[in-house]
Write a protein that binds this ligand. Structure first.
Ligand SMILES: Nc1nc2c(c(=O)[nH]1)N[C@H]1C(S)=C(S)[C@@H](COP(=O)(O)O)O[C@H]1N2
Ligand SMILES: [Mo]
Length: 438
């Protein structure tokens, strides 16, 4: 498995050629319908160490999940088992099987920084100041976090947070940016106050359109006139019950990496709208134009485009709700079971602003699907837990595919959704490998 990275590159460049190179160049490696056949199939089975009972349904150009996942981990203070994708800025994701907890512990929440985090470990949280102003703010104010905590009602909600680029690594042609696989998602409990309560206290003008944040982190270049990121949401999203200013995660003060002493949380949208180390809130009379709001950042083509297309800035639209998605968090991909035993399988599903209505699994590469048990969310915008028991007809290599459907009838694509230049919104079915032995 030391060649795993090479395998990804190979498949990203040209999945069909990769099948030929990896599984054998000659013979009928692919049938006309694009399934792996003949000596190619034999080579794949040899590497996996088992036959593949549902090979007839297995699409070509697909790295078996058993080979697609690595286990490298690096040490980040307060984290365990995360995979580091970049160390400046710090970006680290969580392997799927480490996201098994119903409520994500701080030690297993992914980290995404765009700049250099401020050093906040010795600040007094009560004295931290947030400026509230902007063209559409009637009474601009400066409030300390202490004041906010005293004046407004506290609430605790479980809210999902997912990077807009989660899943980017699978797009072809490849998109630049952190090569997230599936681990830039988590769903901790957050404690704070409603963003709405604070905004209303400062007077929301009739001309208000957008609410934006600025923060205390600094630009990678060291240039003090540049901000690493400053994004926002339309007024209606900012005013939702679940949009919060938070200072605690899972009952403890926010970890430094996650925005200590205070951050925004607007769940269900790309997590880039949830500003960490919050210093300023702007009630704006126009769509916010801060760093990473404009150009191609956190935007997708307004109309679908062919893979690899160049899209001009004016044809790119800001991403709002994240799409329906799910993960299998137990068992870990690569699990071995003996033939005849049932396998208990579970995970989470979420759907941006929507609710997940059904979760199906398949053990035959998507030819047939079985309905799993799906629980209601702890509250709106929390992920939902699903579970099921699966039986396997004979020994061999299987993949479990999980597919969620939201209350609008939209479901996850089996392989890849619409290509876009920056590689956002990949909500393809998560796949795990299972080996059934005699
Ligand atoms: N101030 C600030 N806020 C930020 C960021 C940042 O770099 N600086 N990154 C954003 C992005 S792109 C994501 S995905 C989330 C990640 O949150 P986490 O690191 O707490 O998991 O924070 C968002 N808020
Ligand atoms: Mo992100």
């Amino acid at each position: 498995m030391s060649k795993t990275k090479g395998l990804h590159e190979l498949y990203t460049e040209n999945p069909e050629a990769a099948d030929e190179i990896v599984w054998g160049r000659n013979v009928d490696k692919l049938s006309r319908r694009g399934f792996v056949r003949g000596s190619g199939l034999a080579a794949m089975a040899a590497v996996l160490g088992a036959s593949i009972p549902f090979a007839r349904f297995m699409p070509g150009g697909l790295i078996p999940a058993a080979l697609a996942q690595t286990d490298e981990s690096f040490a980040i203070p307060g984290k365990s088992g995360l995979i580091v994708l970049n160390d400046r800025p710090m970006n680290a994701e969580t392997p799927a099987h480490l996201l098994d907890d119903p409520v994500t512990p701080a030690s297993r929440l992914f980290v995404r920084n765009n700049g250099v985090p401020p050093s906040t470990f010795d600040v007094d949280p009560f004295e931290w100041r947030i400026q509230i102003e902007g063209e559409a703010c009637k009474q601009p104010k400066v409030m300390t976090l202490g004041e906010i905590q005293q004046r407004f009602k506290h609430r605790t909600l479980q809210l999902q947070i997912e990077c807009g680029g989660n899943g980017r690594s699978e797009f072809y042609p490849a998109a630049k940016g952190n090569q997230w696989t599936t681990g830039a998602i988590g769903c901790p409990n957050w404690t704070g106050v409603r963003l709405r309560d604070v905004l209303k206290d400062c007077g929301i003008g009739d001309n208000a359109v957008y609410v934006a944040y600025e923060a205390a982190d600094t630009h990678l270049s060291g240039d003090p006139t540049k901000q690493p990121i400053s994004r926002g949401v339309p007024l209606h999203k900012a005013l939702e019950d679940e949009s919060m200013i938070v200072w605690a995660m899972n009952g403890e003060l926010l970890p430094e990496l996650h925005g200590f002493p205070v951050r925004l949380l607007c769940a269900g949208w790309p997590a880039s709208v949830s500003g960490k180390w919050l210093t300023r809130l702007l009630i704006r009379d126009r769509v916010h134009d801060g760093e990473k709001m404009t150009g191609q950042s956190y935007r997708v083509p307004c109309k679908p485009v062919a893979p690899g297309s160049e899209v001009s800035d004016q044809d790119m639209c800001i991403i709002e709700s994240m799409p329906v998605k799910s993960l299998t968090t137990y068992p870990k991909s690569g699990v071995e079971i003996t033939h005849g035993t049932q396998l208990g399988v579970r995970g989470h599903a979420w759907a941006g602003d929507a609710v997940v209505k059904a979760l199906h699994t398949s053990i035959d590469f998507g030819a047939t699907w079985q309905k799993a048990t799906l629980r209601k969310p702890a509250n709106r915008l929390a992920w939902q837990h699903w579970s099921t028991n699966l039986a396997f007809p004979e020994t061999g290599y299987y993949e479990i595919w999980a597919r969620a459907t939201d209350d609008d009838g939209r479901s996850q694509p089996m392989v890849l959704p619409g290509w876009n230049p920056r590689g956002y919104l990949n909500n393809a079915c998560h796949r795990i490998a299972v080996m059934v032995t005699a």
